[in-house]
Ligand binder design. Structure first.
Ligand code: TA6
Length: 309
């Protein structure tokens, strides 16, 4: 239990990182470095949570890693966009620590109820496992069909990445990938930039080629700085790899959308970007008794690029 937060949570820590997960939404709300390395000490938190986030269970937490299930956005029959999973209190199943592997893991579960059946008329069970190992954070969602009928769903791990400043944020790894622009009625486009940068509202669903995905790493660079006088450039950020989450949503609300959200500061668009591992383009189909697993692995990275003079 934390001061000012009305739901319980679990704090996982290994020698290098600490991760906070709340039972409400099985919501990862923090993933921060414990290292005293300057580049981590000055900004230990890798995720973004709004200072105005509602933490009383009446609204999904604005930030961290909201779980969108059984639908992404409005792609389904749920009353609330992004579905009900992030608005529900999950059951904490247990945690384990493996000192050798510097691993800490927690599992949460959520089963269908009469209430969920009204919106998503199928019996299901979700198991969500969050694990930190060295500088990695892995979040794995298992969807089990406990019904006699097959069902399909769309899903996203709606991750909010933090940054010192919007001018430092760059999203790499989507060059050449086709996307639909949610701000232009789903207009079909192809990404032409090596690094996606932000100077306006962006809301895009990148539909990655399945064959490419398991090799592909996205990088969210949140900080670039140069040593005094030395011609070198450090970048600090997060690398993302996924399994069975072949799409990637990229979102920054920018000024007007920021002002329209009561649980988001007017200026906070300058400190974050959402890059969301998702299964949207091809809804996931699960047969009775079968299950599906979607996974996202985040790695805290520092790159030191020496420019050749
Ligand atoms: O993932 C992008 C998006 O679908 C945006 O269109 C915006 O609505 C964002 O999600 C936040 O949605 P929320 O329901 O959390 O306010």
């Amino acid at each position: 239990k934390q001061e000012g937060v009305s739901f319980e949570g679990v704090i996982l820590s290994n020698a290098q990182f600490e991760c906070t997960i709340y039972a409400f939404g099985a919501h990862v709300a923090s993933w921060r470095s414990l290292s005293d390395l300057e580049v981590f000490k000055t900004k230990p938190e890798f995720l973004f949570v709004s200072k105005k986030a509602i933490l009383d269970g009446t609204k999904p937490i604005r930030g961290g890693i909201p779980i969108c299930f059984p639908q992404f956005g409005k792609l389904g029959e749920c009353t609330n966009q992004h579905g009900f999973a992030r608005n529900a209190t999950w059951e904490f199943v247990g945690s384990e620590v493996d000192e050798e592997k510097v691993l800490a893991k927690a599992t949460f579960t959520l089963s269908s109820t009469e209430k969920t059946m009204k919106e998503f008329p199928y019996k299901f069970k979700l198991n969500y496992t969050v694990s930190i190992e060295k500088e990695f954070l892995n979040t794995k969602l298992e969807v089990i069909n406990e019904d006699e009928k097959a069902f399909e769903f769309t899903t996203a791990l709606h991750t909010y990445f933090g940054a010192k400043s919007i001018t430092d944020i760059a999203v790499k790894g989507l060059n050449g990938v086709r996307y639909t622009d949610s701000l232009e009625d789903g207009k079909k486009c192809v990404e032409g930039e090596e690094e996606i940068r932000f100077d306006k509202e962006v809301d895009r669903i990148y539909r990655r080629n399945v064959a490419l995905v398991d090799k592909e790493r996205l990088e969210i660079i949140d900080r670039v700085w140069e040593d005094k006088g030395v011609l070198s450039q450090h970048t600090r950020g997060v690398a993302m790899t996924t399994k069975n989450l072949n799409d990637a949503v990229v979102w920054n609300p920018w000024i007007d959308k920021a002002k329209s959200m009561g649980d988001f500061g007017d200026e906070e668009y300058k400190e974050m970007v959402c890059v969301e591992a998702a299964a949207i383009d091809e809804p996931v189909k699960v047969k009775p008794g079968a299950s599906w697993i979607g996974e996202q692995t985040l790695e805290a990275v520092i790159n030191l690029a020496h420019f050749s003079v």
